[in-house]
Ligand binder design. Structure first.
Ligand SMILES: NC(=O)c1ccc[n+]([C@@H]2O[C@H](COP(=O)([O-])OP(=O)(O)OC[C@H]3O[C@@H](n4cnc5c(N)ncnc54)[C@H](O)[C@@H]3O)[C@@H](O)[C@H]2O)c1
Length: 555
């Protein structure tokens, strides 16, 4: 991205961005009224027809003094202009959050009809996303900014749609279900309520442009909060379009602010607006900084160095190899849940597993985006990491380790073939090597190690020393083996059994790190309640006072 010069404050102008789904939708379903005009398709966004992304504050879409230009990750062409708010322009966002009281926009004692409103909004948005033309629009828009295969991008749209279905009807008010406990005397009862934080912030990364922001945003809204949302500018166009869709479905325009800015500006906004809670999804480095800056008023979905252990029972080698390939290399390894290290029992080492993973990885092609640009690590950095690993005694390149061929991916991004490097277990555990081997490379890159029966404690030791505990997989149907590994590890989302995978963040199970009191979750009712509400206890004590009551002695 680079900056365009010149200040053009163009508040309240009609958006000029492409919303292909909208055109299709309005022409095929004429009963649905709409309030904005669009003119190009996701495929047509280009250097000659750049799309624009705006900000939303205090109910108004706005532009800014600064335009950042996003380059097409596949060819380097400037194709999206993002109106980026700079540090001197954050005041309207600060004021907007200040307007929201700590008790939120709704709670069980205030505007409870809003719980039902969000049930209705969710139902309508789920319906819209289920329409083939709408889901195709979002799928292709995701592909343009965070290149991944059609199926992987569609998966995001599908999970988002199912999530919205899950919280339709009365399900939003059920999130705020309370409980009561009888008191010590007549007239006393204690009630536990789920209470909003009021003004809140959501910061999300580039890799899931739709799913992560929508699921967290809706969770925040359901519980009665007013969020300011900041998505990585590279992919913000997707969420900008989704907000317009949510407005069509009845979301009040003042309920969410949407800001495009760099990390430094967002940091400043958080310090000045003082949201009561911030949900941060992204790297551990920024997560730790914000935890300090915000004095702990934060929940985190941070980095993943995700592990998979193949147990002693070798079964279904083709299936396990396919899951390994998907876990490590789908979305070019840019899932926070991607398989970063594979510990295989020596029995698997004697099977054709690695050869099969190599063959599957070799099927991946740039032209269908089953492999593609890496948006936060350059080719040079990934190859340098590989070279450092290969200096460890006994390590070897299993496959990959080269730049992609015949590509036009710009040099600011990465482009390497799916890569696997073998490192001996004893070497991984050495202090000099451990940090290097367990460094998260957010690209198509994995470490492979082998262990013998009596070396399982060494594998468990390697897990114990990791700093992030997001996803994990234990591939075995040996129940005693599973018990042993589960009982001695902590990852928040752990798949176990023959079909175990590290990736997979559907709407039907919890996804998030464990072992960290700051850890957040996403997707399920438990995640929403934990992240977006706090406990409030109201103790009713209305009497009557016993008729023979007398003032007792002081205590
Ligand atoms: N745990 C999860 O659920 C999850 C999901 C997706 C990605 N991730 C992690 O995210 C990382 C990749 O994403 P990334 O490289 O975009 O992460 P990142 O930390 O660089 O950026 C994440 C977001 O934070 C913003 N940001 C940067 N500095 C900031 C600051 N000082 N104050 C406020 N906001 C700031 C960025 O603009 C972006 O929107 C990986 O480590 C991956 O594992 C985790």
């Amino acid at each position: 991205m680079y900056r365009l010069k010149g200040c053009r404050e163009l508040r309240n102008r009609a958006p000029q961005i492409a919303i292909n789904w909208f055109n299709t939708f309005s022409s095929s379903r004429s009963t649905h009224s709409v309030s904005f005009v669009t003119n190009i398709t996701a495929e047509d966004i280009s250097g000659s027809r750049p799309a624009e992304v705006q900000n939303l504050v205090q109910g108004k879409w706005t532009r800014s003094c600064n335009w950042n230009t996003v380059v097409d990750p596949l060819n380097g062409e400037s194709f999206i202009k993002v109106a980026e708010v700079n540090e001197r322009e954050i005041q309207p966002f600060v004021e907007s959050l200040y307007k929201c009281p700590k008790h939120g926009l709704h709670n069980p004692f205030k505007s409870p009809e809003r719980y039902l409103m969000f049930g209705d909004i969710s139902a309508k948005a789920a319906h819209l996303l289920s329409l083939p033309e709408v889901s195709d629009f979002f799928t292709k828009l995701i592909q343009r900014v965070a290149p991944k295969s059609y199926q992987q991008a569609f998966g995001e749209v599908y999970v988002t749609q199912k999530f919205l279905e899950n919280f339709s009807g009365d399900q939003v008010r059920f999130l705020a279900r309370s409980f009561a406990v009888p008191g010590n005397h007549l007239g006393q009862q204690s009630h536990g309520f789920r209470w909003p934080y009021g003004p809140v912030a959501i910061v999300t990364p580039f890799n899931f442009p739709l799913e992560i922001p929508v699921l967290q945003l809706m969770g925040a809204l359901y519980m009665g909060n007013k969020p300011v949302l900041k998505v990585d500018s590279k992919v913000a166009i997707v969420m900008e379009q989704m907000l317009r869709l949510l407005h069509e479905c009845g979301l009040p325009v003042e309920d969410v602010d949407f800001i495009n800015c760099d990390g430094k500006t967002m940091n400043k906004l958080l310090l000045e607006a003082k949201p009561r809670m911030t949900l941060f999804t992204g790297s551990s480095r920024i997560a730790d900084k914000l935890a300090v800056d915000l004095k702990g008023r934060i929940k985190l979905e941070d980095a993943g160095f995700d592990w998979k252990i193949l147990g002693p029972d070798v079964l279904e080698v083709d299936y396990v190899a396919w899951v390994c390939d998907q876990d490590a290399y789908a979305c070019s390894g840019q899932k926070c849940s991607a398989q970063s290290i594979l510990f295989m029992h020596e029995n698997w080492g004697r099977s054709p597993l690695i050869a099969k993973i190599k063959d599957l990885a070799a099927r991946r092609k740039l032209n269908d985006l089953t492999i593609g640009p890496v948006l936060t690590v350059t080719t040079e950095a990934m190859l340098e990491h590989k070279n450092k690993l290969l200096q460890i005694p006994g390590s070897k390149l299993l496959f990959g380790g080269e730049e992609l061929e015949n590509h036009s991916i710009p040099a600011i991004y990465g482009a390497i073939k799916p890569t696997a490097v073998f490192v001996p277990l004893e070497e991984i555990l050495k202090d000099d090597n451990y940090e290097l081997v367990t460094k998260e490379i957010f690209g198509p890159f994995q470490i492979v190690a082998e262990y013998k029966d009596n070396q399982l404690p060494m594998v468990l030791n390697a897990l114990e020393r990791m700093h992030a505990h997001l996803t994990a997989a234990v591939v075995s149907n040996d129940v005693l083996f599973l018990q042993d590994v589960i009982g001695k590890s902590v990852n928040g989302t752990t798949y176990v059994g023959l079909r175990a995978r590290t990736t997979g963040a559907p709407q039907n199970h919890w996804f998030g790190p464990a072992g960290d009191p700051r850890g957040a979750g996403i997707g399920t009712p438990e995640a929403i309640k934990l992240v977006w509400s706090c406990h409030r206890e109201i103790i009713y004590d209305v009497g009557p006072i016993p008729h023979n009551w007398e003032i007792p002695p002081s205590t």
